[in-house]
Ligand binder design. Sequence first.
Ligand code: HEC
Length: 243
Amino acid sequence: MKMNVKAIASWAITAVVLSACTAVPDSPGLEYTPDMYRSAAIEPYVDYGQIKERVNPELAMKMSAKVPPFGTIPYYGTDSAEVAIRLPFPYLPNVAFKQTHDLRGFDFSADDTYLLAAGYSNNPYTLTEQNADKIFADGKKLFNANCAQCHGEKGDGKGPMSVSGIFSGVPDYADKKDLSNGQIFYSIYYGKGAMGSHASILNKKEIWTLIHYIRKFQDANYGKFGEAAVVADSATVATAEKK
Ligand code: HEC
């Protein structure tokens, strides 16, 4: 009796397994749980032209998700101040930059847009007492990773690539106090002279962060608030008097 149950069970299992096979080699055979093989959800990047049993030949093999329209601002989150930081820079690169700085995917201007950018003094990433420490800490990381090899960790233009002579003419930021925020953005974003464009390496928020960090090299008081600013002020006066 025991043997019989085992024999019947194994025959039954074999029968079920074999019933799943078909003569067509491409057919998956009998599917016990088809929803687990094929998702009923619409695939974002490929459209099979078939959703469940409904076939839509017009959609078959066409790309469904499109690239965002030109000028779209990549943005995540709900903070409207963040949107302002990522808005497009209002000055197009001068057409010469197409060749000299290998800029691709930009519109160009025939005007001397670097000069025009001098009128742009706003840094949309506003420095406040609350965010100053974070901005300078982020700026330091970004600067040491992307800029210090030429500009030096102290911003004096004496980075290893500059000292070794590979790159010449790297300025000391102390000599660049007169540049407006717009010009600094322009130079980092599109490039200037021997310095290449950083448009594809850094996002706009990172560039505005770096501009705050550069201002700190130019003025030790920059980004200090309240009492700290007063202390820093007297420290500058004291060192100035020593000289
Ligand atoms: C490969 C070396 C190199 C790297 C890397 C580099 N720079 Fe420069 N940078 C230069 C040189 C050379 C100049 C001088 C360009 C000129 O005036 O012709 C310059 C100029 C500048 C200026 C002055 C721009 C002006 O309008 O006069 C700023 C500001 C600046 N760099 C910031 C940065 C920042 C921020 C980074 C990092 C994101 C960076 N640089 C990375 C070589 C470099």
